[in-house]
Ligand binder design. Structure first.
Ligand code: C5P
Length: 404
């Protein structure tokens, strides 16, 4: 799991978004983290410590005079154990305390006593968020190396609309996963194709394939976690866009080719072709819906070959580092190597195509000029992370990567 072995101190301060912190605690646990909740007195007016204790199976701390910690130094013990402190929600009052180094309760004291990274997810009314003093505090926190997560814009509990909403629980977990990922592709531009394509026969019918897009979306997500600027060119799929990724939706292979070439210009460092692109397009597609009684006999379709996007990009004068995918049903190694050469790419990722469609896991084999390297069976997200590390190593981009 993506937050395995991470110990997170979840600080909850006084605001109505405290109710979302309960779900956040649950999602952090689901992602593999251990969660220690520390609340301010005001937070405990919105949600009781019992809620968090039940969810995290750990005692919740609210008071700096709590004598449950042996040496009575809860602020030191709690911050020492943490890989990161996440304050969600962070009230305007608490941001002010943090920006000024105040220590008048357990949570503010342990933030000052910390050695680990501090992330804050502000949540407040839109007027409070735009208040000059709050903005000054936020700017100072950024200068001090504190990571700001959000706030988002939208409807607020007070009835107003605008910036100040706390990010949703899953968005915060996603930010935390990204935060902990080594920035192996920092400053790199990556283009990823994903999903199936769709070749129309008439306005309501077409030819497509069973690709779900999950592998390509996982790759785009992993690249962005690694610090890359990512453009995702997606065929028809209902998958949500990974946070921080720029997405362009396309239908046909031709459109995917045009969008990919545009995304690769003027400069792109890595191109990862995960999409299952249709090999042929229908050249006599009808403008109107074909009607059974009008056609009379079975319609005859004529086909022309689609552009090979991967080969086209690999042949560009200043081609990025190109990675192809191959869905093979037998002899992965031999067929994969033949395809790698045919496409003219340094790295090819082979998988057993028909068995992976729509699933959350996969089994990959990396093929390059030196031979093959099995990545084994794992979730598509985990495989995508490993693949990104392998690509970064091959382009010599991971030397400076640091993990918090
Ligand atoms: O030739 P085949 O379709 O098996 O090759 C698979 C690889 O080539 C994948 O990386 C796929 O995204 C890419 N491809 C492409 N354009 C095509 C066909 C395949 O980019 N027209």
């Amino acid at each position: 799991m993506e937050l395995d072995k991470r110990h997170i101190v979840l600080g909850v301060t006084g605001g109505i978004a405290a109710y979302k912190a309960a779900e956040l605690a649950r999602e952090l646990l689901r992602a593999g983290a251990t969660v220690q909740v520390v609340m301010t007195q005001a937070a405990a007016r919105f949600v009781t410590p019992v809620t968090f204790q039940a969810l995290t199976a750990r005692p919740v701390f609210c008071d700096q005079w709590d004598d449950r910690v042996g040496n009575n130094m809860a602020h030191i013990e709690l911050s020492r154990a943490a890989d990161a402190i996440l304050i969600a929600p962070a009230s305007a009052d608490f941001l002010g305390k943090l920006a000024n180094g105040l220590c008048d309760d357990l949570l503010s004291t342990l933030c000052v006593a910390r050695e680990c990274p501090l992330l804050v997810a502000p949540a407040m009314n839109v007027q409070m968020w735009s208040n000059a003093a709050v903005q000054r505090n936020v700017a100072r926190l950024r200068d001090d190396g504190v990571t700001l997560l959000g706030p988002a814009s939208g409807d607020q509990a007070c009835g107003e609309t605008g910036p100040g909403r706390m990010l949703e629980a899953l968005e915060l977990v996603e930010e935390l996963v990204a935060f902990f990922t080594p920035k192996r592709l920092a400053g790199r531009r990556v283009v990823v194709t994903a999903g199936p394509t769709y070749e129309p026969i008439d306005p309501v019918r077409g030819i497509t394939n069973r690709s779900s897009g999950k592998m390509g979306f996982a790759v785009a997500r992993a690249c962005r976690h690694a610090g890359a600027q990512v453009q995702l060119v997606a065929g028809p799929t209902a998958l949500p866009t990974p946070a921080g990724v720029t997405r362009r939706d396309v239908l046909t292979a031709r459109e995917m080719c045009d969008a990919t070439l545009a995304a690769c210009a003027p400069a792109c460092d890595v191109f990862i072709a995960v999409a299952a692109v249709a090999d042929w397009q229908v050249t006599n597609a009808s403008e109107r819906k074909l009607k059974k009684d009008e056609v009379g006999t079975t319609p005859e379709l004529a086909f022309a070959e689609n552009p090979d996007i991967l080969r086209t990009v690999a042949a560009l004068p200043e081609a990025p580092y190109c990675v192809g995918f191959a869905a093979e049903s037998e002899d992965l190694q031999r067929n994969g190597e033949a395809k790698r050469r045919r496409k003219g790419v340094p790295l090819l990722v082979a998988n057993i195509g028909h068995q992976t469609f729509g699933r959350d896991d996969n089994e990959l084999l990396l093929i390059d000029e030196h031979g093959t390297q099995p990545l084994g069976r794992a979730s598509k997200d985990a495989l995508a992370r490993t693949l990104v590390a392998e690509i970064a190593r091959r382009i010599g981009a991971d030397e400076s990567a640091s993990t918090p």
